[in-house]
Ligand binder design. Structure first.
Ligand code: ACO
Length: 323
C-alpha cells in the first residue's frame, strides 16, 4: 500500500503574547491558578488583521517551504477550523486563493479540537484514493473571537494560531510503504453536546455565539476516550507504547496530557508539550506542536509519531505516522 507522507510542516502565531498576568483587570484569576490547573503560562491572541485565514496562509507557506513544494503543486487543501473567517465561503478556499492556486479543490473540516486529526485522515484517504497528489492539511483557529471574556472558567484556557503539513501520495511498493500514515481512528458521540459547545450559529440564533464548557465534565471523559482510540490503534498495528518515538497530543491541558501518557504507559520524555506557551488552540494545537518538535530536531525520519485529539461534540481520534 502506498501511504501518504508528511513532506514538511509549518506554523504561525499571532504577534501578541498574552500572559496569565494579562488577565488582571479582565477576570478574577491568578497566574498560580492557571498554571496549576492547566500548565498554561501564556498564549497568543490575534490582533486586528490577524485571522484564521491569515494565520493559515502563513503556516501553509512555511510548510510548503519546508517541503520544497510550490503552491502550484498542491491540488487539495483541507482546513480544520471551528472559527472560519466567514460562515461561507470556506476558509480553505480563501487560503487557496491567497496562495494563488486555481486548480484542485479545498474545503473546511469541522471537528473542533479533533479537527486536525479528522483533516489529516480525510486528506490521506483522498490521496490514497487517487483524487489528489499533494495536499495541504491545516489546523487554524482564532478562538479568542468566540470566548466569553467575562467567564474565567473558559477564557484563560484558549489561544490562537495555525499549523500546517504538506501531505504527499506515496509512490508505491518499496518506496514509501514503510513510512507515512499507518493508521487512523476517528470517533464522535453527540450525546455530550452540552458539555462543550458554542451557544450560537447561523441557523439557530443568527449570531456567532460564545464558547461554553463544563470543564470538569470534559476532563472526566477526555482521558478514557483518548486512550481508547490509541489502544485500538496499537492493537491494529501490533505495537505497544514503547514503540512510540513521540507522542504529540492535542494541547488542551497539561493534566489531561500527563494522565493520558501515564495511562498508556508512554514515557514523559516522549511527550511533546506546547500548551504552556500556546494554550488550547483547538484544531491548530497538534500541527503547532508537531512543527515545534520537527524544527527543534526531535522528530526525525523513521520515528513513530502518535497524534491524538479530543474535543467538542464530543469528537476524538488518533493517527500513527512513520516519519
Ligand atoms: N481562576 C481562578 N479560579 C477559577 C478559574 C480561574 N480562571 N476558573 C474557575 N475557577 C474556580 C471555580 O470557580 C471553582 O471555584 P469554586 O470551588 O469556588 O466553585 C474552582 O476554581 C474550581 O473549579 P473547577 O472547575 O472544579 O476546577 P478544575 O480543577 O476542574 O479545573 C479546568 C478547571 C482547568 C477547566 C479543568 O476542569 C479542565 O482542565 N477541564 C478540561 C477542560 C479542557 O481542557 N477542555 C478542552 C478540552 S476539549 C477541547 O480542547 C475543546
Amino acid at each position: 500500500v502506498a501511504r501518504s507522507l508528511i513532506r514538511g510542516t509549518g506554523s504561525a502565531l499571532p504577534a501578541r503574547v498574552f500572559t496569565n498576568d494579562d488577565f488582571a483587570g479582565i477576570v478574577e484569576t491568578s497566574d498560580e491558578w492557571i498554571r496549576q490547573r492547566t500548565g498554561i503560562v501564556s498564549r497568543r491572541i490575534a490582533g486586528k488583521g490577524e485571522t484564521t485565514v491569515s494565520l493559515a496562509v502563513e503556516a501553509a507557506e512555511k510548510a510548503l517551504a519546508a517541503a520544497g513544494v510550490s503552491a502550484e503543486e498542491i491540488d487539495l487543501i483541507v482546513l480544520a477550523t471551528a472559527t472560519p473567517n466567514n460562515t461561507f465561503p470556506a476558509s480553505a478556499v480563501q487560503v487557496q486563493e491567497r496562495l494563488g492556486i486555481r486548480h484542485g479543490f479545498a474545503f473546511d473540516m469541522q471537528a473542533v479540537c479533533s479537527g486536525f486529526v479528522y483533516a489529516l485522515t480525510t486528506a490521506d484517504l483522498y490521496l490514497r484514493g487517487g483524487m489528489a497528489r499533494r495536499a495541504l492539511v491545516i489546523g487554524a483557529e482564532t478562538f479568542s473571537r468566540i470566548l466569553d471574556w467575562e467567564d474565567r472558567t473558559t477564557c484563560v484556557l484558549f489561544g490562537d494560531g495555525a499549523g500546517a503539513v504538506v501531505l504527499e501520495a506515496g509512490e508505491g511498493e518499496g518506496t514509501s510503504s514503510d513510512r507515512g500514515i499507518l493508521v487512523s481512528r476517528l470517533r464522535s458521540d453527540g450525546s455530550h453536546e452540552k458539555k462543550l459547545f458554542v451557544d450560537g450559529g447561523p441557523s439557530s440564533t443568527g449570531t456567532v455565539g460564545k464558547l461554553r464548557m463544563e470543564g470538569r465534565e470534559v476532563f472526566k471523559h477526555a482521558v478514557a476516550m483518548i486512550t481508547d482510540v490509541i489502544e485500538d490503534s496499537f492493537s491494529a498495528l501490533g505495537i505497544g507504547p514503547s514503540d512510540i518515538s513521540w507522542f504529540v497530543p492535542h494541547q488542551a491541558n497539561r493534566r489531561i496530557i500527563d494522565a493520558s501518557a501515564k495511562k498508556l504507559g508512554i514515557a514523559p520524555e516522549k511527550v511533546v508539550v506546547t500548551v504552556d506557551v500556546h494554550g488550547n488552540t483547538s484544531a491548530a494545537s497538534i500541527p503547532l506542536a508537531l512543527d515545534t518538535a520537527v524544527r527543534d530536531g526531535r522528530v526525525k525520519k523513521g520515528d513513530l509519531v502518535l497524534l491524538e485529539a479530543m474535543g467538542g461534540g464530543f469528537t476524538w481520534g488518533s493517527v500513527v505516522i512513520r516519519w
